[in-house]
Design a binder for this molecule. Sequence first.
Ligand SMILES: Nc1nc2c(ncn2[C@@H]2O[C@H](COP(=O)(O)O[C@H]3[C@@H](O)[C@H](n4cnc5c(=O)[nH]c(N)nc54)O[C@@H]3COP(=O)(O)O)[C@@H](O)[C@H]2O)c(=O)[nH]1
Length: 704
Amino acid sequence: MKISQRLVILATSAVALSIALTGNMLWQDYQQSRIFSRLEDAYRVQTGIETMRAHLSNYQQNRNLSPLSESRLLYEELDVMLSQSANTLDQQEVYLQSLNKRNNSVCFLLDQMIRIHESGQDQSQTDALTHLSNLLSSVIQSMSEDTVRLEQYAVEGSKQLHTQGNLLTGGLLLALTLLLSGLSLRTAKLFKHRISVLDQGIRHLSEGDTRIQIEMDTGDEFSEVAHHFNQMTDRLQESSISRNQLQIEVERRTQELEMQKQALRQLADHDELTQLPNRTYFRNNLLSTIRKSERHGNAVAVLFMDLDKFKQINDSLGHNIGDEVLQEASRRFRDRLRCSDFVARLGGDEFTVIIEPVDNPQDVANIAQQLLQCMQQPVLVKQHSLHLGTSIGISVFPQDGKDVATLMRNADLAMYKAKENGGNRFHFYSEDMTQDALRKMSLEEELRQALQEDQLTVYYQPQYDLGNKKLVGVEALVRWNHPEKGLVAPMEFIPLAEERGLINQLGLQVLQKACTQCAQWLNEGFDPGILAVNISARQLTERQVPEQISQILKFTGWPVHRLELEVTESFFISDTQRSLAVLNQLRDMGIKLAIDDFGTGYSSLSYLKQLPISKLKIDRSFTRDLIDDAEDRAISEAIIALGKSLGLQVIAEGVELEGQADILIHEGCDQAQGYLYGKPMSAEQFSLLAAANPVSEGLTETSL
Ligand SMILES: Nc1nc2c(ncn2[C@@H]2O[C@H](COP(=O)(O)O[C@H]3[C@@H](O)[C@H](n4cnc5c(=O)[nH]c(N)nc54)O[C@@H]3COP(=O)(O)O)[C@@H](O)[C@H]2O)c(=O)[nH]1
């Protein structure tokens, strides 16, 4: 049964009992009023009886009939009253009927007495009247007694009624209390049991048991709650299953993410190609090593390594070969170092090593030596056997720097020093390197300004035909007209211009000035012959150079076939596909190409054959000792012979003496250049010289 039904029953029972109680009270009221009404009747009869008794006594004393007649009237009244009241059968009614009867008797006696009295006053009548009045008196006495009894009965009845009413009310209240208590107890017991079942279920659930089900088929609200609870646990069960699945999925994804994070960290911290730590990792590691060493008072060495000739290999053989070289170099460095040493690749062909602790600089020198050695073995990639080398710069914490940036910068400076000194060596950092770097920095700044402010000027050095001793050409040589230092020689700024990427701008400015000047001379009527201009090997790596040269020639009007570009031999040795392509392009444009400083490198005959060149220039170092040094003479002879055999012109530079010129003439050298014929000079000086030495007659426009 539902709780609501139970409550309805309880309420209905209470209402029913209340109605019963109210009915009982109303019934009691009614009974009471009846008793009181009879009591009233009794009092009135009593009063009537008293009156009649007084009338009778008056009659008996005075024989006056009128009082009896009044009693007769009183009888009428009592008769009416008693006959109205005596219509029920209870004890009161019995008394009332008795009273009624006796009242009738009184009436009869009174009628008799009145009739006798009126008929005469003889003795017999008087006796009869006396007798009747006595009778009347006794009847009245009886009536009086009846009224007393009626009164007593009414009082008792009232008491009884009161007692009965109380008993009934008490009984009903008791019944109501018992009923309500019984029902409440039963309901409370049931509720307690069901609540405890629900509570157990909830407790299980709170302990995490989502499979809990509450068995309660009572058909009331509790079973509905239980039903909803079960539905909830079902859903929780489902959601906990999906939560478990989710948990598993989350764990799987977390693992995946962790792996990805590790891979990303590896990517972020390591160089993809060599798997060595990268620049970021290196910097962080160096920072923590410095901090640790500060605490322990240790020294730390930073080695900055750069592979020699790597750029040429990369440019000429392609990036795949370059990549394999870098991988091999990484392996060799790694294998040669201890596990505790930290080696990283900063990018390109730059590697760094951290050595800690450093007890003595000699240990670092030994390690650097081993690293040099390990790269001296040729690197075999595909069919190539590649000879590289390494330049190593070393800075030491704390004396060469107390922070990452300073240590790296100083190791880098030391590495550049090693490169400048020919590579394949190591250098410890020293303070003068910084001074040198600062000097270079300010020089670079000045050079940039010089290029912008047109401070460069061109000097001209004549080139002569050794056969007829006539002018055949002129070499343009740059000079820097420094506002404070005066004329600065090219050797002081050309290498820096090459190093700092200014050489193309510089070379093109020189070319433009020289072409403009030569074209002007030509227009003025004197012929400077062939214009030889130095072109840096670095310029030849720029694809746009042929187009830029072509533009200058067009702009200045200098004929293309009168231009000769001198490229140093070292460039041809370390040639690159791209540079050779540029050279071929220049040759195809009609520009002549000469190998400068020839003999200082190791160009092979077969290699020279393939080059798009037309002239060899014997290096000044061979000309200088030509007279005294048999070897230099032999070399110059060999170069001249080589040139002849390849159909190339040969020019000797640095000719200062007639004896040198004689030997060269004897050996069959075509041309010469040197102080003997004229030092590099300004355009004005050169025009004077050229006016006095007209260009070789054999040098016609077609032979040019
Ligand atoms: N890329 C460019 N390089 C250039 C340019 N201008 C010059 N240079 C190169 O600078 C180097 C030094 O040149 P320079 O100081 O001008 O020296 C030249 C001559 O002065 C010197 N020379 C000539 N004859 C003699 C001599 O009889 N004795 C002697 N001691 N020196 C002499 O030789 C230099 C010419 O060299 P080269 O070019 O090899 O013919 C030098 O390497 C220049 O190439 C430029 O514009 N761009």
